[in-house]
Each structure stands twice: as structure tokens, then as C-alpha cells.
Design a binder for this molecule. Sequence first.
Ligand code: ZN
Length: 251
Amino acid sequence: MRYLILSDIHANWEALQAVRAHVRRKRFDRVVFLGDAVGYGASPNRVLDWLRSLGSTLAMVRGNHDRVCAGLDSAEHFNRYARQAAEWTLSNLEERNLEYLQSFPTGPIDLEKDVAICHGSSVDEDAYIFSAYDAQLAFAATSQQLILFGHTHVPSLFMLREDNGKQTLRVRLLTGRRLVLDLDPGNRYLINPGSVGQPRDRDPRACYAILDSEQRRIYLYRVIYRASVTRRRILNAGLPPVLGDRLLYGA
Ligand code: ZN
């Protein structure tokens, strides 16, 4: 099975459109979404309409912004800008999209026998996996060989190897326009494909990945999109300007 992997779209329609154009000639059977469809950006209805149009070909988990923007949780633990954006999103969602957002499932969920998906970590959808310690907790909470996660908006890989009872954990940032990773059957992996709509690794290009689960191979891509258009849309919506500015730098 081949999966198109998307994470952290954050209501950025232009980035999503660029990714869709980029994958047009690529083959995939299903779309996998790792959470945070909305929040920060100014196009929540378009993004949710598109996700919903995928029907049963879509496998997904909700993100922390999805939960708050759907009114299922308070925004009090968000910073000022995220809170303002969540309030704006909740009041601008069309009824059908609010209901859809409220129905997003909580992760982790199994994609197939040895592959799981989650938003933050397999321990907690709000937890971040930045360090080897964070990764250890996530590996310990699951048994799958591959766990796909989002939330940090940083394309990254954690690899757990066991040799004669001795565990070693490797961390790698995944940079570049195109990257191919072959998964070694003896190792376990936590992989973040990066964010479609708000990259934070100082590279403003949209991120996505394709997983070939039979070949145990992952392709990661970066795609240029017109972030200046997205920024203008954010400013016109009256959202905090910093949410538009950061897209120009990938910060
Ligand atoms: Zn996010």
C-alpha cells in the first residue's frame, strides 16, 4: 500500500494546493493525515471541505488545534496568537465543517499491522517529540515498527536499534527537497514528515511524504508555494500578523 502522508496543514490552502499539484503524477492508494487541519491559517473551511471529500480513502487523527478549534477544549493553554486564531476559527467555521472537525478521532491509531499514526506522541496527542527521551517514551508505549507523528512541524526521524539487548537511539533532522529513507526491518522508527502549512525548521517550503509500506520505504518532499498569498489572506482575515510573517521564514 502507498500512502500520501500529510500533517499540520493549519488552514493553509495555498500550501495544500501546492502539495496536491506536486503529487498529481505520483501513485498512492490512501491519504493519511496526522492532525491540525486548522488553527493559525485563514482557510479552515476549504481545507476541511477537501479532507472530507476524501471519504474512506482518508485515515486520520485529530491534532490539539483541531480539538480546541472545534470547541471541544479550552484555548487557555495556548499562547496569545494561537488562542486568537482558535477563537477566529471557531467563529468562522461553517456548520458542516464544525461537525466534521468535532468527529476527528483521537490517536494513536493503527494504519496497518506494523504502522501507527498519532499527532504529538503515542503517549499523548499534546506531547512533543523533540528529544531522544521523548522518543523513548513514545516507542515504549507502542509495539509497531513505524510510528508516524506530527505536532513539532519539524521533519525528523528517531531510530531505535536493539543489539543483544542493548538499545541505541539515533536522531536525524530530515532536510532537503527530496529524501528517500529505507526502513531496516531490525529497527523501529518514529518519523515526522514535517508540516504542510506552517514549517518551523527555517525552510518555508511545504512538507509531505509518501510511504510505501510493502517496500518499507519513505519519500519526503519539500514544495515551494506562494506564502505571500497565504500571509495576505491571514492579514485580511484580521488574524495576528505574526502568523503570516512566520510563513515567509519557516519559523
Ligand atoms: Zn500543529
